[in-house]
Design a protein around this ligand. Structure first.
Ligand code: FAD
Length: 607
């Protein structure tokens, strides 16, 4: 088995991983990025609508207002120290990206153009503000390309199509990872002083999702198996506008440009649910509103979807009604929402310039994940104890700057702000840290697990187990939740996991590009994540942000203004029988902004 040695290993080559790699290398560290995908195929490249920063290029804006929206949007669960860092550092991160060559859209006088997005307001919720910087509706693609080029320029080493399958710890510190080279099936050990996980989200836990096939939560599950908790896993965001039946995302930028949601009566129903900010209310609010419309029989054709209308005549009518002078036309839409037109035409044969788009909520974004502090250092308990050498950033991490619900465009900000912080912290750390030796046979346990998967002769195929898990999570741990249904969902996931551990079979036992084997292993990650999500959801007896319970309809700040930490309650990383999860609700929410300004104190969310 080959062993590679670097100061720092970055697992994942999306926006967070590349940002961390860039800054760690600029700080003098010898850095390798290990990624199961070719870097520019990472999901960051699918991010459409924009990246938020209070540049104030088109109208007055301030980081303080960005903070307020983020705290409020997150239903007061976000750690306010992290939110402050996010909103303040967003501004110079964007300018830095611009200087690296990112081709942002421009205002006529040459500044970075900005558009409206859900939950972005000025003056503490007074009115919608243009905060989302964008590059047409391909913002993530441009970020990824820009950062990848910068990393190459800075001599970051890339191990593309190497999938990390285990974390190696020794003497209470993180010392490296085990990876499989997909092209050969060989195991490699990466030995380092510092390791940062930036493996992205896990939308594939649910049946309808906007997430790429590769988003299976590997990094989060790997660390959990090695004793690292998962934070706030019950908060999973459903984006309101997935293409009906497919889940493919239609960006919030469509509503930012003036698009409206309509029910079967042609009624703009968001006027009822969010009288002030209407279609641009935060995602949890809009997703629930769509569900309620459908439930009350106002879905289109009595089906489970509504319409999203960006046709100029519709949009201009509403703009005029609102007393706005701005008008749009077909050419404007074709320029600013090019991806949207293409996606609708290609996948559904629907042309958004002449007909409304059918949409329904789609599983989109993990607010929870690997707990970290504002320097991307992973924390191991409610007290904030860090594990030396271990870092996480991006969607797999939980800083927590999104709280119970993330605002649109704040994920890309999270990647660049906390990816950069992680990279800088790593550069400092590796200068003074010693390389701790590897334990004996560091790959032994995970190799045994792969052998089990490869050779087991049961009767359950991974595809069938995955489908049952996804259906069950969709039905039981979705937009609306209730105790007995969630318990049914959780028990089903545990049962599926037991079949996975004891009754699996796969078709391909080869070693070269064995996607059958790798997908089977990824299913193990998804099942662990699904279980923790379900357990955390059952545990939280209130409604907050994306976690909306029919049996506890209200937010309960007295008892539940706390984070959830879920720990593995056993030392075996691959238990054969029911996996045991221990939940801890003692991690308090940082409320430092509230201490300075009472407007940040929890109050009812009104839109
Ligand atoms: C369709 C869509 C549109 C979006 N639009 C927006 C938007 O407009 N604005 C916004 O702010 N957010 C948006 N988001 C959310 C945002 O894009 C993501 O949260 C963000 O890009 C995640 O970035 P990341 O760097 O954490 O991970 P990703 O970009 O998902 O990258 C994960 C990386 O980890 C690697 N990896 C994973 N597992 C392993 C493993 N086992 N071994 C090795 N490597 C591994 C992958 O190869 C990949 O390189 C959107 C998301 C989607 C799905």
């Amino acid at each position: 088995m080959q062993t590679h040695q670097f100061d720092a290993i970055i697992v994942g080559a999306g926006g967070a991983g590349l940002m961390a790699a860039l800054y760690a290398s600029q700080g003098g560290a010898n850095v390798a990025v290990v990624s199961k995908l070719y870097p520019t195929r990472s999901h960051t490249g699918a991010a459409l609508g924009g990246i938020g920063a209070a540049l104030g290029n088109l109208e007055e804006d301030k980081p303080l207002w960005h903070m307020y929206d983020t705290v409020k949007g997150g239903d007061y669960l976000a750690d306010q120290d992290a939110v402050k860092v996010l909103a303040e550092e967003a501004v110079d991160s964007i300018i830095e990206l611009e200087h690296m060559g990112l081709p942002f859209d421009r205002t006529p006088d040459g500044r970075i153009s900005q558009r409206r997005f859900g939950g972005h307001t000025s003056n503490f919720g007074e009115k919608a503000v243009r905060r989302a910087c964008h590059s047409a509706d391909r913002t993530g693609h441009m970020i990824l390309q820009t950062l990848y080029q910068q990393c190459i320029k800075n001599n970051v080493r890339f191990f593309d199509e190497y999938q990390v399958v285990d974390a190696i710890m020794n003497q209470g510190a993180m010392v490296g990872v085990v990876a499989i080279q997909l092209g050969t099936g060989e195991f490699h050990v990466f030995h380092s002083k510092a390791t940062l996980f930036a493996t992205g989200g896990w939308g594939r836990v649910w049946q309808v999702t906007s997430n790429a096939h590769s988003l299976t939560g590997d990094g989060t599950a790997i660390l959990f198996r090695r004793g690292v908790p998962m934070e706030d896993m019950e908060f999973y965001q459903f984006h309101p506008t997935g293409l009906y039946g497919l889940g493919v995302l239609l960006t919030e930028g469509i509503r930012g440009e003036g698009g409206v949601l309509l029910n079967r009566h042609g009624e703009r129903f968001m006027e009822r649910y969010a009288p002030n900010i209407k279609d641009l209310a935060s995602r949890d609010v809009v997703s629930r509103s769509i569900y309620l419309e459908v439930r009350e029989g106002r879905g289109i054709g009595n089906k489970t979807y509504v319409h999203l209308d960006i046709r100029p005549e519709t949009v201009n009518r509403y703009l005029a009604e609102a007393g706005e002078t701005r008008r749009i036309d077909n050419a404007y839409i074709a320029k600013n929402l090019a991806e949207t037109l293409e996606v609708c035409r290609t996948y559904l044969g629907v042309d958004p310039l002449t007909e409304p788009m059918p949409v329904a909520p789609t599983a989109h974004y993990a607010m929870g994940g690997i707990p970290t502090n504002v320097d991307a250092e992973v924390i191991m308990d409610a007290g904030g104890t860090i594990m030396p050498g271990l870092y996480a950033a991006g969607e797999c991490a939980c800083v927590s700057c999104h709280g119970a619900n993330r605002l649109g465009t704040n994920s890309l900000v999270d990647l660049v702000v906390f990816g950069r912080r992680g990279g800088k912290k790593i550069a400092e750390f590796v200068k003074q840290a010693n390389l701790i030796p590897l334990p004996n046979n560091p790959a032994e346990e995970v190799q045994a697990e792969f052998n089990r998967i490869r050779t087991s002769k049961g009767s359950s195929k991974p595809g069938a187990l995955r489908k049952q898990m996804q259906d069950s999570m969709m039905d039981h741990i979705g937009v609306f939740r209730e105790e007995s249904s969630m318990i049914e969902g959780r028990d089903k996931v545990i049962e599926l996991r037991n079949s996975y551990m004891n009754d699996l079979t796969i078709d391909d036992s080869g070693s070269i590009f064995n996607t059958d084997l790798m997908e089977a292993w990824e299913l193990g990650c998804l099942l662990d994540i699904a279980q923790v999500t379900a357990e955390s959801a059952v545990n939280r007896k209130e409604s907050r942000g994306a976690h909306s319970r029919e049996d506890f309809k209200n937010r309960d700040d007295e008892n539940w203004l706390v984070h959830t930490l879920a720990f593995p309650d056993e030392t075996d990383p691959y238990p054969k029988s029911d996996r045991k999860v221990r939940l801890d609700n003692t991690k308090s929410v940082n409320r430092s902004l509230e201490a300075e300004d009472k407007r940040f104190a929890p109050k009812e969310r009104v839109y």
